[in-house]
Write a new protein. Structure first.
Length: 466
């Protein structure tokens, strides 16, 4: 069980991020230590060589001033009064024989005889003499003097190695907490970075079980994760709205289809029961045909709305003349309006055009005009107007009808919704839903202003340039 959990942990993004973060942190720390160590070692090495070179120049100047005796006397006096001698000093003559030598007592690990055997006094400027225990090195600089003499000054690397060893000891004491801190920091960073993803996963689990009200908590960080969370929550809200709309639509469809289906069945049963009366069959068939047409119209309208809302409705756009389109729609409803003694007025520039699908816009105007005639009393007035304003073509349909209560205005666009005042009139409750869907498919909008008993004004806004 533990091995299975460990194997699963190794596959997680959080574990990989923690390893990457900690690995980069530890590698960077090791790189900085190595760089600091190299710089420190190089600086100490350079400082030692400069010190040796200065001492060599000083002693050579003393030699040129007073000769070998004066040089030996100065070195002896210096060694006597210094608490700790830092330099190896040797004066060699012909054949690399030692004429004068001074060496600190603590440097007993260096075999001075090796200098006489291996040191060339003609080709080398610097000589390195390892100690017997190979821990330290004696670095010696030499300079030729007169009379074939060679002056050598050296210094042990012991002090330098002590500093470097102390530096290594400090890093060795720090590296373990550093590694632990690197892993802990990597785990913390990956945990914080992936917390919105975990919330997203939990929310998706809830949504998959049917809880559409689940939302991802916003991290409020202003980064890409917050944008992802906002987009996901918006998508879930839209899906929830669509599901609720589908549920309401199905309920309404089931409710509205029950009546015509019941009538169809009743008409068929009556026709079957009246076997001897043949005259009732054509009437029954006509009634069945009428109800079937009503059902088909409802289903086709629902499909048109769904296509428009989902963005798959095919629009055959062309530059159409608005006054001509309004005239075509008025010709269809002119006789109905004359029966109700209604007064029509149209106001639109003759050259007003808009790129749109004429068939679909004709449907929009027909639905709005049909509602205006239907809910306006006899002798009422209907005004149609069109104009271009702020890059949009605005078409308005205004009536003097019964109006719409303010509390019902937001719901008139819902599918199959009918106000209390409209239930006495024939209709499917899909006209305004279709109007809104078609206008939105044209990247436009539709607005309404209405007051009870004062009429309604519907405004269609379409882009003047697509």
């Amino acid at each position: 069980m533990f091995l299975r959990s460990l194997k699963h942990l190794r596959k997680t993004v959080g574990f990989r991020l923690a390893v990457w973060y900690s690995g980069i942190f530890i590698f960077s720390s090791l790189f900085l230590f190595s760089l600091a160590y190299l710089l420190l070692s190089s600086s100490l090495n350079k400082q030692d060589k400069e010190t040796i070179q200065l001492k060599l120049n000083e002693l050579s100047a003393i030699y040129y001033t007073g000769g070998m005796e004066f040089l030996e006397r100065e070195v002896t006096i210096e060694k006597k009064f210094e608490k700790k001698s830092l330099f190896f000093i040797r004066l060699a003559g012909q054949g690399n024989k030692t004429l004068f030598l001074t060496i600190p007592y603590q440097w007993a690990e260096f075999d001075i005889i090796e200098i006489e055997k291996t040191t060339s006094i003609t080709n080398k400027t610097w000589v390195r003499l390892p100690a017997k225990n190979n821990k330290n090195v004696l670095e010696i600089a030499l300079i030729p003097l007169t009379d074939d003499y060679v002056l050598q000054v050296g210094k042990s690397t012991e002090d330098r190695e002590k500093v470097l060893r102390h530096f290594r000891d400090i890093f060795a004491a720090v590296i373990i907490p550093l590694i632990l801190f690197g892993f802990a920091g990597g785990a913390f960073v990956s945990f914080r970075a992936l917390r919105p993803i975990r919330h997203l996963i939990d929310t998706i689990r809830f949504v998959s079980t049917g809880r559409m009200d689940a939302r991802v908590p916003s991290p409020e960080t202003g980064d890409e994760f917050e944008e992802l969370v906002m987009l996901f929550n918006g998508m879930v809200e839209k899906i929830e709205t669509l599901i609720e709309g589908m549920r309401d639509s199905l309920d309404n469809v089931a409710h509205d289809l029950r009546t015509p289906m019941t009538r169809l069945r009743g008409i068929a049963e009556m026709a079957l029961q009246s076997e001897k009366n043949v005259d009732t069959c054509p009437e029954a068939l006509a009634d069945c045909l009428e109800e079937s047409e009503r059902i088909l119209k409802m289903l086709n309208t629902l499909m048109d709305i769904s296509e428009a809302e989902s963005g798959v409705m095919k629009l055959d756009r062309e530059v159409m003349n608005i006054p001509a389109l309004i005239g075509e729609v008025l010709d269809i409803y002119r006789y109905v309006a004359e029966d109700k003694d209604m007064d029509f007025s149209v106001s639109a520039p003759d050259d007003l055009c808009v790129p749109a699908d004429p068939t679909r816009i004709r449907q929009v105007l027909a639905n709005l005009l049909d509602n205006a005639i239907k809910y306006t009393a006899d002798g009422g007035r209907i005004e149609l107007a069109a104009c271009q304003r702020q890059g949009q073509v605005v078409i308005t349909v205004k009536d003097s009808g019964i109006g719409i209560p303010q509390e019902e205005l937001p719901r008139i666009w819902d599918r199959l919704y009918r106000c209390d005042q409209s239930r006495s009139q024939k209709g499917l409750g899909l006209g305004l839903s279709l109007v809104k869907a078609i206008v939105r498919a044209h990247k436009g909008r539709v607005d309404v202003f209405s007051e009870p008993d004062k009429g309604s004004t519907f405004s269609i806004c379409l882009p003047a340039n697509d």
